[in-house]
Unconditional design. Structure first.
Lengths: 138, 480, 106
């Protein structure tokens, strides 16, 4: 196994503020929880006591709602096209060294992506109000 | 990698990629906005494109090593194999395609993309190419397995395939990471040098190779990783099952061969015991599992596991003879399976399952189909006048020559007898049972032609093997 | 001091956690999250190996990091397909529990 690089200790100083912030966050949360446990009133639970007094309306339905499946379709397409862009960053970094070959290569890549996008549009996957979609069961 | 080298090595892949894009565009221009669009144009483009590419593969010249791939005679053999498989599967799918709600264009396109991945794997000499190619194959096959979302069976196959496939991919990437860590490279040749030059394989490398074996065993359907096969084979649409059983298995075989012969090379002896153990279990599981099956596709799934056992036995042998035997075996297996699945497509036309009752009394309903299925079953079982016999014979001869594999050889002989039993049970249904429904089985001239082709190939290479043996030998030659 | 071993321990731990998630969860979406965690563990191992690789002629080629790009892209494609199938499963069988998907057996 290769030898490890040695990280100089002073490099850790840069992270000191972060470490302090973490410590502060943890202690703040701990103080609040322990404090409320110590100071809070302990008594027998009762439905009226536990109700949200003067805190707005009684909840009428469950807080969680089911999303329309259309969100998932759009989210999936977003993931795909978003992740493809991962290849653009390293390309952009070495673009100067690649010359024209790199340019044409990226053109091919984008053409393929474009065909994919055209497919998505044509199939109506981005058509919010349409009744057809790629996931219609038959 | 410069463009010229890219084209010399990955020419077939470039053509396939262009074909896939052309298929999408054709489908879109041809009213692809309608989800039920099933156009003649896409069908024509697929056949013409795949046919032209198949012809072009016969003009490929070995090129040698490139940066991400290599083109040796072995790679060329498998490129021909995969493109031929794709063409046969598309041909087989013709009578089935009307049942796809999502249109035929996507089906052709996905098959072409899967073939593209398979061809990439045929000429990979780098783990990056291997990973991307393998995932291209697997992901397209996930989609294809769930290609009839109206059928719960198909979705179930898809979800099981996705989960197990993704876990196998996870194992494989983890393995590749450790291989990289131990050798500092993704190149097969560098990994091979490290393995051969070190007296004892570094632990990280050994671990990485074992994890890689998990991923490849999944594709091949070797025993601890075979669990997906019966369910997915049964649930997936029949043409997709055909693609899985031939193409996907062949990718596993091909990569195992690269792993054993090229990456391990002289050190392959260290793995003989492991591969032998896997072959033993695979043979046992596949053959015994096939006996009680009542669904034809599931039955062929277990039969496929049994055949994977034979291929593992040949891999454990690790000799040049066994490499020839594997290529010959895969070629005969291709035609036997395509014939069997095409009969299933025709027979289960009216219903959406492939229960074995459907072939009861097939001899009375259609003597031709009965003959085709019988020949296919006998070839798979390894009965003498057919090609499958010679394939099994070559594997066993190579294994016997090796000497150290006796327990598995004896088991495989027993399993050939067991196999004979369950394949003959199918034949018995064809000839001895009363038909459940006696409606006329229609098929087009093209379907008839494909069936005839398969029968002729199985029979011809059963009695006159030398052209195919020479072809396989030429293919395997570059591994040594 | 953080060394290669520590990254590998972490990646092994994450990989195992992902595998446990895949095996123990019953919700398809959570199973897929487990798979993603496994792939990310592999990514971590790749990058750690690349970081601590001994230089040849004074340079370390970032091969491992480039491989991670491929892994990320492939994982995204895989998860998109898996989600599509999960959505189809939900529409057809009204469940995302893998235990309910067991009609094909034996």
């Amino acid at each position: 196994m290769p030898d490890s690089h040695v990280v100089p200790p002073e490099a850790l100083n840069d992270f000191m503020p972060v470490l302090m912030l973490v410590g502060f966050a943890i202690s703040f949360a701990a103080v609040n929880i322990v404090g409320s446990w110590l100071l809070g009133k302990k008594g027998t639970p009762h439905p009226i006591k536990d109700s949200p007094f003067e805190c707005g309306m009684e909840p009428l339905q469950e807080g969680r709602r089911r999303f329309s499946v259309r969100f998932y379709v759009v989210a999936m397409l977003f993931i795909l096209f978003d992740i493809e862009v991962v290849f653009l960053y390293p390309w952009a970094v070495v673009y100067q060294d690649l010359g024209m070959f790199g340019f044409y290569e990226m053109l091919v890549f984008l053409t393929v992506l474009f065909v994919g996008w055209w497919y998505v549009v044509k199939k109506g996957a981005l058509d919010w109000n349409s009744r057809r979609g790629p996931l219609r069961s038959s | 990698m410069n463009p010229a080298e890219l084209f010399d090595i990955f020419g077939t892949e470039v053509f396939l990629a262009v074909l896939a894009l052309v298929l999408i565009v054709t489908d879109l221009l041809d009213g692809g906005g309608k989800l039920t669009g099933a156009s003649e144009k896409t069908r024509f483009v697929t056949y013409a494109g795949l046919g032209a590419i198949l012809v072009s593969t016969f003009f490929l010249e070995p090129y040698g090593d490139g940066q991400f791939g290599q083109l040796d005679s072995f790679a060329i053999f498998f490129k021909q194999f995969f493109v031929a498989t794709a063409l046969l599967v598309m041909w087989l799918a013709a009578p089935y395609e009307v049942r796809f709600p999502a249109g035929r264009g996507e089906f052709s396109m996905l098959i072409v993309f899967a073939t593209l991945g398979m061809c990439m794997l045929a000429s990979c000499n780098d783990f990056a190419t291997l990973f991307v190619g393998l995932e291209l194959v697997t992901i397209t096959l996930f989609m294809l397995a769930a290609f009839r979302p109206g059928l719960p069976r198909s979705i179930e196959a898809g979800i099981k395939f996705v989960i197990i496939g993704a876990v196998a991919a996870g194992f494989m990437v983890y393995g590749i990471a450790f291989i990289y860590g131990a050798t500092g490279s993704f190149d097969f040749a560098v990994v091979h040098d490290v393995i051969v030059s070190s007296e004892e394989m570094p632990g990280a490398l050994q671990f990485g190779l074992l994890m890689l074996l998990v991923g490849l065993g999944f594709k091949l359907g070797a025993v601890p990783f075979h669990v997906w096969i019966p369910d997915v084979y049964q649930g997936a649409p029949t043409p997709v099952t055909a693609m899985l059983s031939v193409g996907s298995k062949a990718t596993g075989v091909l990569l195992m061969m690269r792993l054993v012969y090229s990456i391990l090379g002289e050190a392959a002896g260290q793995w003989t015991a492991l591969l032998m153990g896997l072959a033993f279990l695979t043979l046992l599981m596949g053959n015994l599992g096939a006996i009680p099956q009542t669904d034809l596709k599931r039955f062929l799934g277990y039969s496929g596991i049994a055949h994977a056992g034979f291929l593992m036995l040949a891999l454990a042998t690790g000799s040049q003879d066994s490499a020839n035997a594997i290529l010959f075996y895969m070629s005969t297996y291709l035609f036997a399976n395509i014939a069997a699945f095409l009969v299933i497509v025709v027979v289960s036309r009216t219903a959406d399952n492939a229960h074995m009752d459907r072939i009861n009394g097939l001899a009375n309903r259609s003597p031709f189909l009965a003959l085709v299925l019988t020949v296919s079953m006998l070839s798979l079982a390894g009965v003498p006048p057919f090609a499958g016999f010679f394939a099994k014979f070559m594997v066993l001869r190579a294994a016997v020559d090796h000497g150290g594999l006796m327990p598995v050889v004896i088991l495989s002989l027993v399993m050939v007898v067991v196999g004979l039993y369950y394949y003959l049970c199918v034949v018995k249904r064809i000839y001895m049972r009363e038909a459940v429904d006696s409606s006329v089985l229609e098929m087009s001239g093209w379907t008839r032609g494909l069936l005839l082709l398969c029968v002729v190939v199985m029979f011809l290479f059963g009695i006159y093997q030398s052209p195919l043996v020479d072809f396989a030998r030429a293919g395997a030659a570059s591994l040594f | 001091m953080i060394q290669l071993e520590h990254y590998l321990y972490l990646s092994g731990l994450v990989f195992t956690l992902g595998l446990c998630g895949v095996m123990m969860r019953r919700n398809v979406i959570l199973v897929l999250m487990g798979v993603e965690i496994m792939l990310n563990a592999a990514n971590l191992a790749l990058i750690a190996f690349n970081k601590y690789m001994l230089p040849i002629d004074g340079i370390v080629e970032p091969k491992g990091q480039v491989f991670v790009f491929f892994t990320i892209a492939v994982a995204a494609a895989e998860v998109a397909v898996a989600l599509v199938i999960a959505v189809a499963l939900f529409r057809r069988l009204d469940t995302v529990n893998v235990d309910d998907v067991a009609n094909l057996r034996w």
